[in-house]
Design a protein around this ligand. Structure first.
Ligand code: F3S
Length: 293
C-alpha cells in the first residue's frame, strides 16, 4: 500500500513557535513554569511538556510563583496585568496573526466603531480579542445573528483567525444594509484553509484518509468533517496505536493528514505504522482483525 502525506499537514507557524518559546523558557527560567491552559490541543504534547517540567494551570489562581506562558490563542490584556500584579513573570507566546486581530479590534474600538468579532464566543482566542476590543464589542457566530446586533452608524469587523472565509463574507453582507460604514479586516489565517485544501486534494487520489490530531482540537475535527463530506472514508486517530488493519484491507493508496496542533513526531509514527500495515499480506491482515484463514 502506498501512503501519501498531504502537502500541508501538522503544526502551523503559531503553534510551532509557541512550543519553541516554551521549551526555550524551560531551559532558561529557574523555578516553576506554567502554561495558562493547554499550550496545544493535543494530549500527547501536554504529556511531553509535563515530562519536561512544564505544568498546566487552568487559571492564575493556581499559580503562586514562577513563570506563566500565554499560549498562541492569546488572552485578554487584563489577564497579563493580573499575572504581573501577582508577581509572576509573563512570557507571551500569542501567535503574531492573533496579535494582529487583537490590535485591529482595539484600534477599531478606539476609532468609535461598533466592533464585531466573527467567531465562536466560547473559544479562548475570541475571549482574548474581546478583551482588547473593550466592553461594547460583540461576537457573531453566523450571518443570522447579525439581526440581533445593536444599531450603530459604523461597524468594524475582525474574525477569529481560524474561521472559514465564507462566514466572514456572509456576516459582512448582512451588516451592509444596517450601517453607512462597515470596515472589515480579514484576520483569517491561511494555515487552516491550506490544510483543508491540500487534504481534499489528496483525498481525490486515495481510497482512504487518516487524520491525526487531538479529539479536542477543533481544527482537526473540522478537517475530518470536510473529508467525510467529500465522500472518502476518513478515520480520526490521536496516535498510531489507534490504527486498525481492517481500514486498509484491499486499499492500494492511503492518504494521511493532520490538524494544525499535531506534532511531527506523532504524524511520523502514524505514517510508519500505516506502512507496516500496508506491507502485511492479506492473510496477516485477516488475522490481525480476528478472522482465521
Ligand atoms: Fe497562528 Fe494561524 Fe496557527 S493564527 S496559531 S498560524 S492557525
Amino acid at each position: 500500500m502506498e501512503v501519501k502525506r498531504a502537502r500541508n499537514a501538522g503544526f502551523c507557524f503559531g503553534v510551532r513557535r509557541a512550543l519553541e518559546i516554551t521549551l526555550k523558557a524551560r531551559e532558561e527560567k529557574e523555578g516553576p513554569l506554567y502554561t495558562l491552559g493547554p499550550l496545544i490541543h493535543n494530549p500527547q504534547v501536554v504529556e511531553f511538556l509535563a515530562s519536561k517540567g512544564v505544568k498546566l494551570a487552568e487559571s492564575l489562581e493556581e499559580i503562586t510563583e514562577g513563570t506563566v506562558i500565554i499560549r498562541s490563542h492569546g488572552v485578554d490584556p487584563a489577564v497579563i496585568r493580573e499575572a504581573e500584579a501577582r508577581g509572576l513573570t509573563v512570557i507571551d507566546a500569542t501567535c503574531p496573526y492573533v496579535r494582529r486581530a487583537q490590535e485591529l479590534a482595539c484600534e477599531l474600538a478606539k476609532q468609535g466603531y461598533q466592533v464585531v468579532v466573527v467567531g465562536d464566543r466560547d473559544h479562548p482566542e475570541v475571549k482574548g480579542i474581546l478583551g482588547w476590543a473593550g466592553p461594547q464589542a460583540v461576537v457573531v457566530g453566523s450571518a443570522e445573528e447579525v439581526a440581533g446586533l445593536p444599531e450603530a452608524p459604523a461597524y468594524g469587523v475582525v474574525a477569529q483567525t481560524t474561521q472559514p472565509i465564507n462566514r466572514l463574507q456572509e456576516v459582512v453582507h448582512a451588516l451592509l444594509p444596517r450601517a453607512k460604514e462597515v470596515r472589515v479586516y480579514n484576520t483569517i489565517c491561511s494555515a487552516v484553509a491550506s490544510r483543508i485544501e491540500s487534504a481534499l486534494e489528496l483525498a481525490r487520489e486515495v481510497e482512504v484518509m487518516v487524520v491525526v490530531g487531538g479529539r479536542s482540537s477543533a481544527n482537526t475535527r473540522h478537517l475530518v468533517e470536510r473529508l467525510q463530506l467529500s465522500g472518502v472514508p476518513t478515520y480520526h486517530v490521536e496516535t498510531a496505536a489507534e490504527l486498525r488493519p481492517e481500514w486498509f484491507m484491499g486499499v492500494s493508496r492511503a492518504g494521511l493528514t493532520a490538524g494544525a496542533s499535531t506534532p511531527d513526531w506523532i504524524i511520523e509514527e502514524v505514517e510508519k505504522r500505516m506502512r507496516e500495515i500496508g506491507e502485511m499480506s492479506a492473510a496477516e491482515q485477516m488475522e490481525a482483525v480476528g478472522v482465521k484463514t
